[in-house]
Design a protein around this ligand. Structure first.
Ligand code: GAR
Length: 202
């Protein structure tokens, strides 16, 4: 069976990358093959996870000149069909999105359109949700377009906020109950569409 060659872009600890690699190992992600990890932060925990799984990993620091050109070159070199932003904290330009021919999807740790857009990432998202007093939050997987967190929604899952939650406890619950389940499922859905198109072209 043909698969969608998938790149995972990361900035942090890489628990969502791990969920994708675990899903590939247990058959939950079967239409997509994780062929490349790109980390924009040297020392990110995700790099060690990629290395342990023997997945090629390119470290391309976001602050260095030519960052997007170098990422596009790596994606082309590895013949990547789709990109998954899994805790990738940079914002990709419209030019980048136009030039990468495949879909790009992103996981965001809130129910878009709440607590999203420029400046909302990581623990800050959960802090904002707690400050607002919401009783339910969650995670969203969406297509990436030029508007931060503005692309069409693929999947969402709600998670309860509990009394006494801190940003850290809420982040952990959202990861466990939503992100690590939702992202592999959404990646499989998008990859299946690409794999089907590839089969048709044979
Ligand atoms: C995850 O909660 C992810 O949803 C979030 O960063 C965390 C990365 O954790 N992403 C964003 O906030 C993007 N706007 P991980 O490195 O362990 O996957």
């Amino acid at each position: 069976m043909l698969t969608a060659r998938t790149a995972v872009l990361v900035s942090g600890g890489g628990t969502n990358l791990q969920a994708l690699m675990d899903a590939q190992a247990d058959g939950g992600l079967k239409s997509g093959q994780i062929a490349l990890v790109i980390a924009d932060k040297p020392g990110a925990g995700a790099i060690a996870r990629a290395e342990r799984a023997h997945v090629p990993c390119a470290v391309i620091p976001r602050r260095e000149a030519g960052f997007e050109e170098r990422v596009l070159a790596a994606l082309a070199e590895h013949k990547i069909d789709m990109a998954v932003l899994a805790g990738f904290l940079g914002i990709l330009s419209g030019d980048f999105i136009d030039r990468f021919p495949g879909p790009i999807i992103n996981i965001h740790p809130a129910l878009i359109p709440s607590f999203c857009g420029k400046g909302f990432y990581g623990l800050g998202v959960h802090r904002a949700a707690l400050d607002c007093g919401v009783k339910v939050t969650g995670a969203t997987v969406h297509y990436v377009n030029a508007i931060p967190d503005g692309g069409r929604i693929i999947a969402q899952k709600a998670v309860d906020v509990l009394p006494g939650d801190t940003p850290e406890t809420l982040q952990r619950r959202v990861m466990e109950q939503a992100e690590w389940i939702l992202l592999p499922q959404a990646a499989e859905q998008v990859a299946a569409g690409i794999a089907e198109e590839k089969e048709k072209k044979l």
